[in-house]
Design a protein around this ligand. Structure first.
Ligand code: AMP
Ligand code: GLY
Length: 419
């Protein structure tokens, strides 16, 4: 099969790395890819959001399956356009991708499916939002309703903090039009887990769980990021909790999407809070997590390609995919300043040395002659799998130590909760 992966981050590098091992693969493309992906796939210089150009390229290259990494092209209708062109696509339609694009929509689907989630209310008026916050009290969670690159959420410990979030999101429009409305939620208490399920429109199969670290600095301090590291499995997420999540959250929401005429195909990423009353849904994403995907790919024992192709065609296999009985960890190396402004162009050394200890997934890198230069916020992910989490951590950090990139930084405490 000829496969095109869309995206150019660490998640897409991991998807390409795993797909490249499939005996079913004949040729792998990635658009736009990055310096690491270029070693295992033919990179096409197309924007991941350029739906028209991507479908044209898929046609020209006789692609059998398009695998979409990030959410943006999905919300723009890339999966719809592929299917209209007769090309199988792993990823939801634009209508189903609203599960990530709109927090209100997700809440409505979860409520209709009777899936456990935080109590909530939506406001388009800032004064009404403030009145609700004062009535509910703190802690309370304020979210910009639209896509805000994972940054439009404030978990407020005081009423003043929640009111400041309203001013920021709705009045100062810190996240642009995503702040036209806000969702205000009950604050859930517990351990957070990322759970992934493969969906073919009607059926869902459990994939695996991971935990990530969203704050920029050690001790879970500093600003929220896309994720600074992750590990899998998530020890708190027992097989019983996984079964409960499939039965009470994933399958009912999948059924509700089908009932609405917008069946969900692709990977459903459930952000869960493991509360004393069981798992509760925080949010859905309509794609693999980054960097969670990287550790899942390291642990997946089965061939990824027939799984993604089966989901895309509406015929997932009967049995859930198998994972190695091991532990994987990834440590993200970010460009100094991330998640704020960064300077691009610094040279990354020691990549070969790092590769002797761990797998190096590229996220924001460009090849420049013989050099590899940083481009973007999250630049590399250093990942390893081992029989236990401690050994996986040691290997990943040995890879980090071998790098020669003074402009980069990482967290030193990935996995602290599980270790
Ligand atoms: P989201 O962008 O919806 O994933 O939210 C970002 C982070 O905010 C989540 O990963 C949680 O840590 C936190 N969060 C979101 N909603 C809630 C909630 N209702 N209760 C507690 N924490 C939450
Ligand atoms: N690491 C969290 C995400 O991909 O949204």
């Amino acid at each position: 099969m000829r496969v095109l992966v869309v995206g150019g981050g660490g998640r897409e590098h991991a998807l390409c790395w795993k797909l490249a091992r499939s005996p079913m693969l004949t040729k792998l493309f990635c658009a736009p890819g990055n310096a690491g992906i270029a070693a295992i796939a033919e990179c096409l210089a197309l924007g991941a959001d350029d739906v028209t150009a991507l479908v044209e390229a898929a046609r020209a290259q006789a692609i059998d399956l398009v695998v979409v990494g990030p959410e943006a092209p999905l919300t723009l209708g890339l999966a719809d356009a592929c299917r209209a062109a007769g090309i199988a696509c792993f990823g939801p339609s634009a209508a189903a991708a609203r599960l990530e694009g709109s927090k209100t929509f997700t809440k409505e689907v979860a409520d209709a499916a009777h899936a456990p989630t935080a109590a909530w209310a939506r406001f388009t008026d800032a004064d009404a939002a403030r009145a609700y916050i004062r009535a509910q009290g703190a802690p309370i969670v304020v979210k910009a309703d639209g896509l805000a690159a994972g940054k439009g959420v404030v978990v407020a410990t005081t009423i003043a903090e929640a009111e400041a979030a309203i001013a920021d999101i709705m009045e100062a429009r810190a996240h642009g039009t995503a702040g036209e409305s806000v969702v205000i939620e009950e604050c859930l208490i517990g351990e957070e887990v990322s759970f992934f399920a493969l969906c073919d429109g009607t059926r869902a199969l459990p994939f695996a769980a991971a935990q990530d670290h969203k704050r920029a600095f050690d001790g879970d301090t500093g600003p929220n990021t896309g994720g600074m590291g992750a590990y899998s499995p998530a020890p708190a997420f027992t097989p019983a909790l996984q079964a409960e999540t499939m039965a009470r959250i994933i399958q009912p929401c999948l059924d509700e999407m089908a009932r609405r005429g917008t069946p969900f195909t692709g990977v459903l990423f459930a952000g869960l809070m493991l509360t004393v009353n069981g798992p509760k849904l925080i949010e859905f994403n309509v794609r693999f997590g980054d960097p969670e995907c990287q550790v899942l790919m390291l642990r997946l024992a089965d061939d990824l390609l027939p799984l993604l192709h089966g989901a895309a065609l509406g015929r997932l296999p009967d049995a859930p995919p198998r994972f190695a009985d091991n532990h994987a960890m990834i440590v993200v190396m970010a460009n100094r300043g991330y998640p704020g402004a960064v300077v691009n162009g610094s040279v990354i050394g020691g990549l070969d040395a790092a590769s002797r200890h761990a797998l190096v997934f590229h996220a924001g890198s460009v090849a420049d002659g013989g050099a590899v230069r940083a481009k973007g916020g999250r630049v590399l992910g250093i990942a390893a799998a081992a029989p236990d989490l401690r050994a996986a951590r040691d290997a990943a950090y040995a890879g980090v130590e071998a790098l020669d990139w003074p402009e980069g930084f990482c967290r030193r405490d990935i996995g602290w909760r599980a270790l």
